[in-house]
Ligand binder design. Structure first.
Ligand code: CTP
Ligand code: CA
Length: 229
């Protein structure tokens, strides 16, 4: 716990949080996936519920126990995640996309399990791009005044620093806040801790020092609450 007392500043608000990593199936038993654990999304859902919000958690392949007092909707693929997020966003005051949707999916899913070839050859996997959920809900807002939050794990490169790349991503996505993790030289996957900068479309930047995912969740809801009121 990060707070002795929690102010119910999200009472009467409906919020949607996505968590986990999507799976893109190749056949009935195999998929392309990623290492997102769902810990940060769960921390966000718990924090919002503690602050009085009505919370829908859309969980992609998360193995953590359901947070108390939260409506949990389970999905596997990016297409399913998109459908559930778009539907829930219709009546939401805020949507936080903490999930890691796969950027690509196989062009076709085989109905039967793919077999080993007698000649030892391996089949190619042709990929196609998935829909960008955050971009869609940000640019086609279901309600005015909705606060939409994205996440970005970035490494700096010769085209720009982590914060330069994140500012460009925030503008490209059209969301209100972008929570930026610098993952240069290591991963945060499955870690209980996180460290981030919360960028606002209004030019704000709030640095959150290394700490629990719950502490980061509360800073994110502070930023959301300030924009809701
Ligand atoms: N996101 C999404 N739909 C996708 C991919 C990403 O809604 N198909 C959301 C993520 O949940 C996250 C934000 O967009 O909140 C940024 O994800 P990121 O992977 O950094 O964005 P991309 O546009 O996929 O950029 P990159 O090429 O760096 O992966
Ligand atoms: Ca991506």
């Amino acid at each position: 716990l990060t707070r002795g007392t929690t102010t119910p500043d999200l009472a009467g608000r409906r919020v949607v949080v996505s968590a986990g990593g999507t799976r893109e199936y190749l056949d009935p038993v195999r998929f392309l996936g990623n290492r997102s654990s769902g810990l940060q999304g769960h921390a966000l859902a718990r924090a919002a519920a503690a602050r009085g919000a009505e919370v829908t958690l859309i969980a992609a392949n998360v193995t953590l126990p359901d947070p108390a007092g939260v409506k949990v909707v389970r999905v596997e693929t990016t297409a399913q995640l998109r459908e559930e997020v778009v539907a829930a966003a219709a009546s939401a005051d805020s949507v936080v996309m903490a999930a890691a949707p796969a950027d690509f999916r196989p062009v076709s899913v085989s109905d039967a399990k793919i077999k080993r070839a007698a000649d030892g050859s391996a089949p190619p996997i042709e990929l196609t791009q998935n829909p960008d959920i955050l971009h869609e809900i940000s640019t086609e807002r279901a309600r005015t005044g909705q606060v939409i939050v994205g996440f970005a794990a970035e490494t700096g490169d010769d085209t720009g620093s982590v914060l330069d790349l994140a500012r460009a991503k925030l503008a490209r996505k059209g969301c209100d806040l972008l929570v930026v993790n610098d993952v240069t030289g290591g991963a945060v996957f499955g870690s209980p801790d996180n460290e981030a900068v919360v960028l606002g479309a209004d030019g704000s930047a709030v640095e959150v020092p290394r700490g629990s995912k719950s502490a980061l969740a509360h800073v994110i809801w502070d930023q959301v609450a300030a924009r809701l009121s």
